[in-house]
Design a protein around this ligand. Structure first.
Ligand code: ZN
Length: 361
């Protein structure tokens, strides 16, 4: 089967492809129902399946859709792996757990955030330890004036003055650092655990309870050259965990913070694995596939947020913005899908091999 048939066009199709492919190779699928439906009333859920031994002491956790609509790439990779399970060889002692659509609502509604405007990636990081927002954040949010984004008499002068005064990198970095105190603003981390964080905790508690080593591959899109897959580690450079990831990737590791679109975080994502499962040693990698240059679509982020937070997400204007935003996150050409597939398989194989070596070392 052509592996790019695993790449779908809707959340419903992605769910169906994932479940069918899993069952066709005799795997069970567990559903975690999402509390609210998709735009056509369709039920949404996160699905989980496991390849390899149920008692393997080492697990690779492959996640899609942490950032909602970015999830088509990771879903395509997961479905392709289920359709062609022989493409990666799993040694004894290593299992591959696929968590399909961590934030299915965002994928269904063309949003990066969940139904409560929470950035799930950042909620996973900061749910128990809120970060301090950038001191510029409120000024930027006030200047953006999201509630009046579509008002024709609205002036962009304040925002332009801020960019002029501080420079675009500083503004983007302040927004990307995120915040806990303005629920109807950009890059909201949430307060406490959002639905997806609770679901992922439940999955980890059950599926990784007796695991000694785990690797996470969390698939995202929207940064880097089109179709290229950058592998990132948020561990501090020079630490044993960072060096291990660097070894696994043969020295080809991208370090967050080098570009203002990908900020470093004060603590690594997926540290919660080690906190929830005593003795578990996690290695977390973010696999980021490039689509278009971020500057081309920079205004899509606030525009999309406006329609969902203050406008009508079902309006024609909202649909137009959502469709363009989705295209930015998921170019959906065969060429792009093939690039994602081949790089995705390569990274999964490298991580399986690396985890295998770590297990015997
Ligand atoms: Zn992302």
């Amino acid at each position: 089967m052509d592996p790019i048939t695993g790449f779908t066009s809707t959340t419903v199709e992605a769910d169906r492809t994932f479940e069918r492919a899993a069952r066709s190779v005799g795997l069970e699928v567990e559903r975690h129902p999402y509390p609210v439906p998709g735009p056509d009333g369709e039920p949404l859920f996160t699905a989980v399946t496991r390849l390899g031994s149920a008692t393997a002491p080492n697990v690779v956790l492959l996640l899609s859709g942490v950032h909602g609509v970015e999830g088509f790439a990771g879903s395509g990779l997961q479905c392709g792996l289920l359709q062609s399970p022989d493409i990666v060889s799993l040694p004894d002692g290593i299992a591959l757990v696929l968590v399909h659509l961590v934030n299915p609502w965002g994928m269904a509604w063309n949003r990066r955030e969940d139904h409560e405007n929470i950035d799930v990636f950042r909620n996973l990081l900061y749910h128990d330890a809120p970060s301090d927002p950038d001191p510029l954040f409120d000024e930027i949010d006030d200047a953006l004036d999201l509630p009046h984004w579509a008002d024709p008499s609205r002036s962009d002068a304040r925002r332009q003055a801020l960019v002029h005064r501080h420079g675009l990198p500083r503004i983007v970095a302040a927004v990307r650092r995120g915040q806990h105190h303005r629920p109807k603003a950009m890059t909201y981390h949430g307060n406490g655990r959002c639905w997806a964080t609770r679901a992922l905790h439940a999955i980890v508690d059950r599926d990784l309870a007796r695991v000694s080593r785990a690797a996470v591959i969390d698939v995202h899109t929207g940064f880097g050259a089109s179709g290229a897959g950058l592998v990132m580690s948020y561990e501090p450079v020079g630490t044993p965990r960072y060096e291990r990831a660097q070894r696994w990737m043969n020295g080809d590791l991208y370090t967050p913070g080098a570009d203002f679109d990908i900020p470093a975080h004060p603590r690594p994502p997926y540290a919660f694995l080690g906190e929830r499962i005593p003795g578990l040693e996690p290695t977390a990698l973010i696999l980021e596939f490039g689509t278009e240059p971020p500057d081309v679509t920079r205004d899509l982020f606030p525009a999309n947020a406006y329609h969902h937070l203050f406008g009508d997400p079902r309006s024609e204007a909202a649909r137009r913005v959502g469709a363009r935003y989705r295209q930015f996150c998921y170019p959906e050409t065969d060429e792009w899908k093939r690039a994602v597939w081949s790089r995705g398989v390569e990274v999964v194989q490298r991580v399986i091999a690396g985890l295998g070596q770590s297990a015997v070392a």
